[in-house]
Design a protein around this ligand. Structure first.
Ligand code: FES
Length: 289
C-alpha cells in the first residue's frame, strides 16, 4: 500500500481549500469540551496538546478541520498548530485503525527480538509500516524507545505495554484484537480503542468501570535498582512473565508462560549478525587486566 503526499497531509505548495467545518452539533460538543480543557491552564495556548488529543478522539486522527478548530479555540494560527501536530508522533495525520500496534525497534528491543516481531507482523497482517489492515482494526508501525527497555522487546497497543514479546505472542495479540477478544496489557488497564484512548489523553476521566484501579505501575524489573538502593536484596533475575509467581499468572493467551513452542524472547535463540572476526565476542577483560 502506498500513500500520496496529500494522503500524508503534506502540501507540495499547491493552495489548499479551506478545511471543511465540523457539523454544528459536533462543533458545539467539542467547544464545550475544549473550554473545560482550556480552563485548566493559565495561558490558553498551553492547552494545545490536549486539544489535539481531543480532536483526534473525534475522528481518529488530526484532520485539517481539527487543526482549524484548535487554532480557533486558542487564537493561534493554523501554521502554529500544524507545527505542533506534525512534530509529535502521538498525533496521527491520516486515518488509521482502532488499535495502533507499535513495535519498538530501537536498539535494545531490536536486538532482543523487536526486529523479528516487526517483520513477522508485517507478513502476518499483510501491511507495511504505518499501514492499516483492510478490516480497519490494526495499524502497524515501528516505534522508538518507550522507556521500557527492561522488558524488551516491547510492543505497545494504543500506548499500553505488552512486555517481553515474541513473534508468536505478538501474532496472537493482533489476532485477538482483530477478532474483538478482550485484551489485557501486561501493565495497565484493559485496552480501549484509539479514539477512546485519545479522549483520556485529552484529560477526560476514564469512565470504564474498574479501569482506574487496573492502572499500571512499574514492573518488578524496573524496581530492582530501587530495592538495591534501599539495601534490599534484589532477585537474581527478574523477567516478567517468564519466571512465574504471583505477578506472573497469565491473564491472556499473549502472556502465557513460555512453552517449548513459544519460548520467551529471552530464552529464544536470536538471529543476529556474525561478529566481526577482528573483534570476536567473548568475556570482556576487567579494568586493569
Ligand atoms: S529500546 Fe525498546 S523500550 Fe527501550
Amino acid at each position: 500500500m502506498t500513500t500520496s503526499s496529500s494522503e500524508r497531509g503534506v502540501s507540495l505548495g499547491m493552495p489548499q481549500l479551506p478545511a471543511p467545518a465540523y457539523p454544528d452539533d459536533v462543533r458545539a460538543r467539542l467547544e464545550t469540551d475544549a473550554r473545560e480543557v482550556i480552563a485548566r491552564y493559565p495561558d490558553s495556548r498551553s492547552a494545545l496538546l490536549p486539544l489535539l488529543h481531543l480532536v483526534q478522539s473525534e475522528e481518529g486522527h488530526v484532520t485539517r478541520t481539527g487543526m482549524q478548530f484548535c487554532a480557533d479555540m486558542l487564537d493561534l494560527t493554523t501554521a502554529e498548530v500544524t507545527a505542533v501536530a506534525t512534530f509529535y508522533t502521538m498525533y496521527r495525520r491520516r486515518p488509521s485503525g482502532d488499535y495502533q500496534v507499535g513495535v519498538c525497534t530501537n536498539t535494545l528491543c531490536a536486538v532482543m527480538g523487536g526486529d523479528a516481531i516487526f517483520e513477522t507482523l508485517q507478513e502476518h497482517l499483510g501491511v507495511g509500516n504505518g499501514e492499516t489492515t483492510d478490516d480497519g482494526k490494526v495499524t502497524l508501525e515501528h516505534i522508538e524507545c518507550n522507556a521500557a527497555c527492561d522488558f524488551a522487546p516491547v510492543v505497545m497497543v494504543n500506548w499500553e505495554f505488552f512486555d517481553n514479546q515474541t513473534p508468536g505472542s505478538a501474532k496472537r495479540l493482533v489476532d485477538d484484537l482483530r477478532e474483538g477478544q478482550p485484551v489485557q496489557p501486561t501493565r495497565g488497564a484493559r485496552l480501549c480503542t484509539f479514539k477512546e484512548t485519545a479522549r483520556i489523553l485529552a484529560g477526560f476521566p476514564d469512565e470504564r468501570p474498574g479501569a482506574v484501579e487496573e492502572g499500571g505501575s512499574a514492573g518488578p524489573a524496573s524496581l530492582v535498582g530501587l530495592r538495591l538502593a534501599r539495601g534490599e536484596t534484589a532477585p537474581a533475575r527478574v523477567v516478567h512473565p517468564r519466571d512465574g509467581g504471583p505477578h506472573d499468572e497469565p491473564q491472556h493467551p499473549a502472556h502465557r508462560p513460555p512453552t517449548a513452542e513459544h519460548p520467551s524472547s529471552h530464552d529464544a535463540p536470536q538471529q543476529t549478525s556474525a561478529s566481526d572476526p577482528a573483534h570476536p565476542a567473548g568475556p570482556a577483560a576487567e579494568e586493569g587486566e
